[in-house]
Design a protein around this ligand. Structure first.
Ligand code: ADP
Length: 191
């Protein structure tokens, strides 16, 4: 089993590249953002709780997302590997993920960290808002908040995995194909 984390700030292209990586390698895609939006669409109690936090650019509580990931992993016992996208977003989530993988006798193979400058991130989110239908994309104040939360709570996750030598920085500016080629080169070297 080979598991990887696609890491990066909001708007860095994780969702787009995840789809391409799944098509190439057959990883099971686990995106907590997608899982949460499915809960909202189904109007579950969890979805209702998550929606207001997401619309403000804040994080959903660790216990909620860890529970979702645990369930999704148990529902997919025989996959060639998981691609985690938008998770872990806090060091507590990273520690919980490592424990879940350890139970399966597995671990994170690599953390691919997309590097995109802040002004580029904002303009991508503004653009995405025109087509995504995502309420958390529409407002510049919320975008700023998501970037602040990223810097404060999520960037330390890269520090956490760095201590195990697992983080590889990937230039996240360029065409989708160019960035995809940079990602696959790193995966192929390790798989
Ligand atoms: P993006 O692709 O822009 O980074 P996501 O789709 O991953 O956004 O997440 C959208 C929102 O869902 C986040 O702003 C946050 O409120 C919530 N969310 C997603 N994943 C997590 C997580 N692992 N922990 C806490 N909140 C999360």
């Amino acid at each position: 089993m080979f598991n990887l984390i696609l890491f990066g700030p909001p708007g860095s292209g994780k969702g787009t590249q995840s789809e391409n990586l799944i098509a190439r390698y057959g990883f099971r895609h686990l995106s907590t953002g997608d899982l949460l939006r499915a809960e909202i669409a189904n109007k579950t109690p969890l979805g209702l709780e998550a929606k207001s936090l997401m619309d403000q650019g804040q994080l959903v509580p660790d216990a909620v997302v860890i529970g979702m990931i645990d369930a999704a992993m148990k529902a997919n016992p025989d996959v060639p590997g998981f691609l985690f996208d938008g998770f872990p977003r806090t060091v507590a989530q990273a520690e919980a993920l490592d424990a879940l993988l350890e139970q399966k006798g597995s671990s994170i193979g690599v953390v691919l960290a997309l590097q995109v400058p802040e002004n580029e991130l904002i303009s991508r989110m503004v653009n995405r808002a025109k087509t995504s239908g995502r309420s958390d994309d529409a407002d510049e104040q919320v975008q700023r908040k998501r970037l602040d939360v990223y810097l404060r709570d999520t960037l330390p996750v890269a520090g956490y995995y760095s201590q195990f030598g697992k983080v590889v920085e990937i230039e996240g500016v360029g065409s989708i194909d160019e960035i995809f080629a940079r990602l696959t080169a790193e995966i192929d070297r390790r798989k």
